[in-house]
Design a protein around this ligand. Sequence first.
Ligand code: ADP
Length: 177
Amino acid sequence: LETKEEYGHKTLAQDVMRPRQSDPLLVVLTQEGMSVGEIEGVIADTDYSGFPVVVSQESQRLVGFVLRRDLVISLDNARKRQDGVVSASLVFFLEHAPPQPFSGPPVVKLRGILDLSPFTVTDHTPMAIAVDIFRKLGLRQCLVTHNGRLLGIITKKDILKHMAQMSNRDPDSILFN
Ligand code: ADP
């Protein structure tokens, strides 16, 4: 990510983030209420490197970010090592998971693998600034919010692709569009 000059001042985070309008929705996990089986389903159905964790689908308030590989390892471990864990076991990313219910399978607590301070910009942040921070902090992805609601994600590859697209265009349109 060398050439931040390629970005005109007008490119904003919302122009680079996913999902685009026509794309499927951002795939998020909720901090409570999902089962081991449901999360394994999300892992099987997508190949994203990570998932934002939100308070609830309705609020889309960001709690943190979890890497796919950490999820895979932790769920696998829970199934192998934690007695009685099954697909219906509930998964908690909460700080204080509720006490084990009297009925129902044991719960799985995954707070430990959550990045609680993922890097975040707003949809109106100029990409020149975002790229600068990506470079300085060596980020792989960053989340995009609007008024505290999670909107999307930008990966390093998204930025590189966007830069490539821009450089194929008429230079005037890069600077002045
Ligand atoms: P990379 O961009 O390095 O391939 P990913 O595999 O994580 O990284 O992401 C692939 C594409 O999907 C990117 O365009 C990214 O913005 C988008 N993406 C990443 N995570 C999610 C997610 N949880 N939900 C929806 N789209 C995502």
